[in-house]
Design a binder for this molecule. Structure first.
Ligand code: AMP
Length: 307
C-alpha cells in the first residue's frame, strides 16, 4: 500500500468507531472493525494525510489499531476511555440493499465529547461524520483553519435533532445525504426540489446519494451526475457512504482547493474508492488496494460516462 504519510494533517474527520457484526446471505462475520470513521479515514488516506477524531473503549482490539495505522492515518484524535466500545450488528436482505439493525450498544460513544488535537486545528478540510449535531458543532468550533467543511448525517438526527442539524448546515459548505434523507429533511419528494430547499438553508453544495444508482451534486448553478461503479462482487455495503465521503474529502484535500472541476473529479474518485470498499467486509478490500487499482477504475468510470 502506498500512502500519503507526510507530516501535517490536511483533512480530519469525526465519526463513530465500532465493532460490527454483519450478516449477509452468504456470510456471517463477527467482531469487524466498523463505525463511520474507519471507513471514511481509510478511504481518504489514499489521497491525503488524514486525522481521526473519535472514541474507543478498553476492549478495542490492539490489532484494529495496528491495521488502522497501516493506512498512515493520524490517530491522535482518538480518545481511549474505560468501558465498552460502540457495538453494532446488522443483517442484509437478499437484495443487499435493505438491512435490519439487530443491535446498537453505544458504550463509551454515549458520552463522547470530541476534542480536536492542536495539530489538526489548522487543517483546511473537514468531514463532520455521522454523530450528534451538537457534537459536530462543538468540534467544528475548534477548527480554526477549516476552509472547506463537509457534513454527513442520517435520518435519526433529522428526526430527533433537526434544529441543531440546521444550525450545523448553516456553518458548512457541503452536505452529503441519501435520497430518502433529503426527502425527510425538506418534506419534498422531487430531488431537484429537495436540493433547492437544502441550498437555501445556507450552504453552497449538496450531494444526494442514490446508492447503487450513483449520486447528484447540486450547486446554485449546476447539476453533476456521478455514476456508481457497477461492481461484480458485492460482499458488504456497510460503510459505503462513509467511504464515499472520506475519499471525496481526501481528494479535495490533496488538491488543496475547491473548484467545480475538482469537485467533479473528487466525486468520480469517491465513487471508485467506495466501489472497492463494498468488495470486502470492513476495511479488508482497502487493505489490498493500490493507487494503480484506483486509477484504473476511475478511467473505466470515465469511459463508461462518456458519450
Ligand atoms: P453505513 O453503512 O454508511 O450506514 O455505516 C455503517 C457503520 O456505521 C457501521 O460500521 C456502524 O458501526 C456505524 N453505525 C451504525 N449505527 C450508528 C449510529 N447510530 N451512530 C454512529 N455510527 C453508527
Amino acid at each position: 500500500m502506498k500512502r500519503k504519510t507526510g507530516s501535517s494533517v490536511k483533512v480530519w474527520m469525526v465519526g463513530s468507531i465500532g465493532i460490527d457484526d454483519v450478516r449477509t446471505r452468504t456470510a456471517d462475520r463477527k467482531n469487524l472493525m466498523g463505525g463511520s470513521l474507519p471507513f471514511s479515514t481509510a478511504a481518504a488516506s489514499f489521497f491525503a494525510k488524514t486525522g481521526a477524531v473519535g472514541v474507543v473503549g478498553s476492549d478495542f482490539p490492539a490489532a484494529f489499531d495496528r491495521r488502522w495505522k497501516k493506512f498512515g492515518i493520524d490517530l491522535e484524535g482518538v480518545q481511549r476511555k474505560e468501558g465498552p466500545t460502540f457495538r453494532w450488528a446488522c443483517a442484509y436482505d437478499d437484495n443487499m440493499i435493505e438491512r435490519a439493525t439487530l443491535k446498537t450498544e453505544l458504550g463509551v460513544f454515549a458520552d463522547f465529547m470530541p476534542e480536536l488535537p492542536g495539530a489538526y486545528q489548522e487543517a483546511p478540510f473537514v468531514l463532520l461524520g455521522n454523530i450528534q449535531p451538537e457534537l459536530q458543532l462543538h468540534v467544528l468550533n475548534q477548527a480554526k483553519g477549516a476552509k472547506f467543511v463537509a457534513l454527513d448525517t442520517m435520518n435519526l438526527w433529522i428526526d430527533i435533532a433537526k434544529p441543531a442539524l440546521l444550525k450545523v448546515i448553516r456553518r458548512v459548505d457541503l452536505l452529503l445525504l441519501n435520497d430518502s434523507e433529503a426527502r425527510l429533511l425538506t418534506g419534498k419528494w422531487n430531488l431537484r426540489d429537495c436540493a433547492d430547499a437544502i441550498l437555501k438553508m445556507g450552504l453552497s453544495y449538496v450531494v444526494i446519494k442514490k446508492g447503487e444508482h450513483g449520486a447528484l451534486l447540486f450547486t446554485k448553478k449546476a447539476v453533476f451526475l456521478v455514476p456508481a461503479y457497477p461492481v461484480r462482487k458485492l460482499i458488504d455495503p456497510t460503510g459505503a457512504g462513509d467511504s464515499y465521503a472520506g475519499a471525496f474529502l481526501g481528494y479535495l484535500a490533496r488538491a488543496g482547493r475547491v473548484t467545480d472541476r475538482l469537485m467533479r473529479e473528487a466525486l468520480i474518485h469517491a465513487s471508485a474508492v467506495a466501489s472497492f470498499g463494498v468488495e470486502g467486509f470492513s476495511l479488508e478490500r482497502f487493505e489490498r488496494l493500490t493507487q494503480a487499482h484506483i486509477g484504473k477504475r476511475v478511467k473505466e468510470l470515465k469511459a463508461m460516462m462518456s458519450v
